[in-house]
Design a protein around this ligand. Structure first.
Ligand SMILES: [Zn+2]
Length: 152
């Protein structure tokens, strides 16, 4: 919520402050000033979010050293989805402000969603590829290796 105290009521601040709960919170990577996690309420299997560890509301609020860290983690998310989930494409976007559809206001987060041919048709069999639904925990286990490259 606008004007909230960082860490109170903010999903991302709660997750950042509790590394011991990374499995429960579906965290994929912590890289200094940025964090990546699966969305507990995904639009599609593999729906990730990248956010600054600090309670910052928009890209313009990030410090110069936070921006490249954000991009680097975003690139890893892209690779994890492409190689780990064999997606054919991706969508990414961020919502700043309630009028833009932000579910968590006040803490910047970029959504990254894998896409497959035909997934708009409930991911049925398309072009010989069957997308198998799996639990969020299974998806996290499958994607974690792509974030373990010694940069954590
Ligand atoms: Zn926050």
């Amino acid at each position: 919520m606008a004007g909230e105290v960082p860490g109170e009521g903010c999903l991302f601040c709660r997750v950042v402050a509790a590394p011991e709960k990374d499995a429960d919170n579906l965290v994929l990577a912590r890289r200094g000033p940025v964090i990546a996690m699966l969305n507990r309420y995904p639009y599609i299997n593999g729906h990730m979010m990248v956010a600054p560890a600090r309670h910052a509301g928009c890209f313009g609020d990030l410090a110069p050293e936070e921006l490249p860290a954000f991009q680097s983690l975003l690139a890893d998310c892209e690779r994890a989805l492409r190689e780990g989930m064999r997606c054919g494409g991706m969508n990414g976007g961020w919502n700043i402000g309630r009028c833009a559809g932000a579910g968590v206001e006040g803490h910047l987060h970029l959504h990254v969603l894998p896409r497959w041919a035909g997934d708009v048709n409930f991911m049925t069999v398309t072009a010989g590829t069957r997308v198998i639904s799996e639990s969020l925990e299974q998806t996290r286990d499958r994607l974690l290796p792509y974030f373990r490259d010694g940069r954590e």
